[in-house]
Design a protein around this ligand. Structure first.
Ligand code: AMP
Ligand code: MN
Ligand code: MN
Ligand code: MN
Length: 276
C-alpha cells in the first residue's frame, strides 16, 4: 500500500518549511502521496506541484478550512481541490479576512494578562501575508520564555477560558463543505478528537457533517490517542464516512510526528483515497 500523508503545513500558513522543502522532505521520507493543507490558504500549491513533479511524488492539492460550529472551531480538510475554483478562492479569502483584527485583540488580551508586545512578537514569526494565527503567538510565547513548549501554550493561553482567547466567527459548516465540493474536493473533518464535545455532541457533529455532505473524517492523527483512533474508526463505519490519515506536520522541532510517520488505518474503514 502506498504511503499516504494527507495533512501538512508550509510557510504559506503556520508551517516552518517552504512548500518546496516540505515536498522534498516528504519524498526523502518515502511518502508517496502528500496533501499540502495550509490553513485557509492555497498559495503554496503551485510551488509544491512543481517540486512534486521533480521528485516523483503525488501531490494532493488541499487546504484546511476553519469553521465555526455551535461554540466550537472545527477544521475541515479540503482534499483534491481545483484551486482555480472561484467559489473556493473567495471563500478562503473571506475566512482569512479578520485574522489581523483578531490578532490585535489577542495582543490586547495578552497585554491585559501581563504579557506586553505579543502582537509585534507574533508578527516576527509570520511567513505569509494576512495569515497571522495562534501558532505565531504560541511561538512568541515560547521564545519570550512565558511557556516552555508549544503544547503548553494551548493549555495555558489562547484557548477558551484562558488569557489571550478571542472568539472568532469563521465559515459555516455547510458553506465550507459547499466550497470544497464546488472545487471538486473531498471534505474531511480534521482531528475530530480535538474538539471539546461529549459523546452525544460528537454524534451530533458527525451526523450533521455527514448530512451536509461531508465525505470523511481523519481517523489517524497525532492529536488522537490509540483509544480515540479506535473510536473514530468505528464512527467512520457507523456514519458511512471515509477514513483519512495525516501527520498535521508543521515543521522540524515542532511536530513530534514526522511526514509519513503514521501507522496503517485500522481494519474495517474505507480509506478516503479508495477511488483516487
Ligand atoms: P488559529 O487558526 O489562528 O486559531 O490557530 C490554530 C493553530 O494553532 C492550529 O492550526 C495549530 O497549528 C495550533 N494549535 C491549536 N491547538 C493546538 C494544540 N493543542 N497543540 C498544538 N498546536 C495547536
Ligand atoms: Mn496550524
Ligand atoms: Mn487543524
Ligand atoms: Mn493542520
Amino acid at each position: 500500500m502506498a504511503r499516504y500523508d494527507l495533512h501538512s503545513h508550509s510557510t504559506c500558513s503556520d508551517g516552518l518549511l517552504t512548500p518546496a522543502a516540505l515536498v522534498r522532505r516528504a519524498a526523502e521520507r518515502s511518502v508517496e502521496v502528500l496533501a499540502l493543507t495550509d490553513h485557509n490558504e492555497i498559495c503554496g500549491l503551485g510551488e509544491a506541484r512543481e517540486v512534486a513533479r521533480e521528485e516523483g511524488i503525488r501531490l494532493v492539492e488541499g487546504a484546511e478550512l476553519s469553521v465555526s460550529w455551535r461554540d466550537h472551531t472545527l477544521h475541515v480538510l479540503a482534499l483534491g481541490i481545483d484551486c482555480s475554483c472561484r467559489a473556493l478562492v473567495e471563500g478562503l479569502g473571506a475566512i482569512r479576512d479578520g485574522r489581523n483584527r483578531r490578532a490585535r485583540l489577542i495582543g490586547d488580551a495578552l497585554a491585559t494578562a501581563g504579557i506586553p508586545g505579543a502582537y509585534e512578537g507574533a508578527l516576527q514569526f509570520v511567513t505569509s501575508e494576512n495569515l497571522i494565527s495562534r501558532t505565531h503567538f504560541a511561538r512568541f510565547l515560547v521564545k519570550a520564555g512565558h511557556v516552555r513548549e508549544m503544547k503548553e501554550v494551548f493549555r495555558r493561553y489562547l484557548v477558551p477560558g484562558k488569557p489571550g482567547h478571542v472568539p472568532h466567527a469563521w465559515a459555516g459548516l455547510s458553506q465550507a463543505i459547499e466550497w470544497i465540493h464546488a472545487a471538486g474536493g473531498q471534505a474531511v473533518l480534521a482531528h475530530p478528537g480535538r474538539y471539546k464535545v461529549n459523546a452525544t455532541g460528537m454524534r451530533e457533529l458527525l451526523g450533521e457533517f455527514r448530512d451536509e455532505g461531508g465525505d470523511g473524517i481523519e481517523v489517524l492523527s497525532p492529536s488522537h490517542t490509540t483509544a480515540q483512533t479506535a473510536v473514530f474508526a468505528r464512527h467512520a463505519r457507523i456514519f458511512g464516512l471515509l477514513a483519512s490519515s495525516g501527520s498535521d506536520y508543521h515543521g522540524p522541532g515542532e511536530s513530534w510526528v514526522d511526514l509519513g510517520d503514521m501507522p496503517h488505518l485500522p481494519a474495517g474503514v474505507t480509506p478516503v483515497w479508495q477511488r483516487w
